[in-house]
Every structure is written in structure tokens, then in C-alpha cells.
Write a protein that binds this ligand. Structure first.
Ligand SMILES: [Zn+2]
Length: 271
């Protein structure tokens, strides 16, 4: 009895081997009837047997369950690559020979770099591209900072700075005096998002420069895409500095999320 079972098994195995050599590795279908109930929740595995069923045609009634489980995950998988990706250029103000503002040993160029690195990380974690005009204590010229963004065809440019004026506090954003409503709204929304994290004072969105309403700061002047300069608190204010240190992760997250949101919106509008 045992011998006959063994012989039948060998014959079946040989038959299976022959099927494999004719149709390729996909032809070995029988185990698939066991797998559907086990892998009903895993998208990758359940979608694998489906092509075998259509090619092999050996399953008959058994072939019905796998297509049902395979159909639902497919739109999910194909939807992901279609999501547009945006490029956010982040410019840590100053650097190298240019320290920016200094107050009680605190240096603006270090503050801006620390925040910029975190913003870039957040943008990447959201699945988008972060471009930094510097990622160390170097000093790119304004033209080089703008070129970094322009050459990469970045969707948004965000320059990070700390303000400086003894007795003042709060956050403000500077945009070009020629900024259109898209850039105005982008800056307004950005300031709103930062304010939600917690700031001493919302000083508003401002156009031009502090000394002229018909001139622009270089980065706002030389960049091709919507751009802004965020003056994230006064380095001369203990309260602003405390908020800057305590909320740096939250500021970075807010800036990154808002930037990606705005860039996606602008990209969509441009279509
Ligand atoms: Zn500055």
C-alpha cells in the first residue's frame, strides 16, 4: 500500500516538473488553492497568484477567490506614484563670514541653519524634495542661493532669518513688493501656520524691504518662484529665543507642511 502511494506521488511530481519545463515556473498552480484564505489581508502576496490563474487556466472553480482579493488593492498601489512631488528650496540665512545678527553669544547664522536642516528633513519625510542653499557654515552669495532654486525649478523658496531690534518681538514675513496674490496668500498662510505653533506677536506679511517699498531683498528679487523671507522672532528677545529653542521641531514641521501644501496648490493652479 505504502509503495503504491509513493509511486503515485513520484508520478505526480514528475508530471508537475514536466508542466514547469513547458510553461515556465508560473505553471505550478496547485498550491495556490491553499494560499488565498491565508493571505487575504496582505496586498502584495494576494496580488501575486492572479497572473498565474489567467495564464494557467488549470484552477477551474478554485480560481475565483484570488481575483476578488487582488482587485481591491490595485487602485491603492497605482494611486501612490501619481501624487505630484514638489521641490522646496530652503535657504538658511547668512553663514560663513556673515554671522547675521548676534546677541549675547547667540548667532543668527547658527539658528537659521539648525531650523533649516529640520525643515528639510520634514519635507523629505512628507515624501517631497528639499533643497538647501547651504547645509554647513558656508556663505553662498545671494545669486548662488537663487540659482540653487532656479536651476532646480523649485516650486517654493523659503529663506529663514532671525530679526534684530532691542525691545521688539514677534514673527514677520517679507515678500517681493511685486508679489502677486498667490505669493501673498502663501506668505499669509505660512505666517498663520507658524503662529499656531506659538509666537509672541504676529507682525504680519510685509512687501519690499524695511527701508523701501519699491525694492526687494535679493533672494526675493532673484528667485523665479514664489518666495519669502521668514524672520522667525527677534534674536534680541529672550522670549522669542526661548520659543525658538523650545518650538524648533514644531516650527520646522509647520513650515514644511505648509510649504508642501502651498507648493502642491500652486502646481495644481499652474496646470
Ligand atoms: Zn538675517
Amino acid at each position: 500500500m505504502k509503495k503504491s502511494i509513493l509511486i503515485i506521488t513520484i508520478i505526480l511530481a514528475l508530471a508537475a516538473l514536466c508542466a514547469c519545463t513547458e510553461d515556465g515556473a508560473q505553471a505550478y498552480v496547485p498550491p495556490a488553492t491553499d494560499t488565498p484564505p491565508v493571505s487575504s489581508e496582505t496586498d502584495d502576496i494576494s496580488s501575486a497568484p492572479a497572473p498565474d490563474d489567467t495564464d494557467g487556466n488549470s484552477g477551474g472553480a478554485d480560481a475565483a477567490p484570488p481575483p476578488d482579493t487582488a482587485v481591491t488593492p490595485d487602485p491603492m498601489v497605482s494611486a501612490q506614484p501619481k501624487e505630484p512631488q514638489v521641490v522646496i528650496c530652503i535657504d538658511p540665512g547668512h553663514g560663513g563670514k556673515d554671522s547675521g545678527a548676534e546677541w549675547n553669544g547667540r548667532i543668527e547664522k547658527d539658528d537659521t541653519l539648525a531650523l533649516a536642516l529640520k525643515v528639510a528633513q520634514q519635507v523629505e519625510e512628507l515624501g517631497h524634495i528639499a533643497l538647501l542653499t547651504r547645509n554647513d557654515d558656508s556663505y553662498p552669495y545671494f545669486s548662488e542661493r537663487a540659482e540653487t532654486a532656479n536651476n532646480a525649478n523649485a516650486d517654493l523658496f523659503i529663506s529663514l532669518h532671525r530679526n534684530s531690534f532691542v525691545g521688539a518681538q514677534g514673527v514677520e514675513i517679507w515678500i517681493s513688493y511685486r508679489a502677486n496674490t498667490t505669493t501673498e496668500e502663501f506668505a499669509e498662510n505660512m505666517l498663520e501656520a507658524i503662529a499656531e505653533v506659538g509666537i509672541t506677536k504676529n507682525r504680519g506679511v510685509k512687501k519690499g524691504t524695511v527701508s523701501s517699498s519699491t525694492e526687494d531683498y535679493y533672494v526675493n528679487k532673484l528667485t523665479d518662484m514664489p518666495s519669502c523671507i521668514i524672520e522667525l522672532g527677534f534674536i534680541t528677545s529672550d522670549e522669542d529665543n526661548r520659543l525658538y529653542d523650545e518650538n524648533m521641531d514644531a516650527y520646522a514641521k509647520a513650515i514644511a507642511e505648509q510649504a508642501v501644501k502651498e507648493a502642491l496648490y500652486i502646481k495644481e493652479e499652474a496646470k
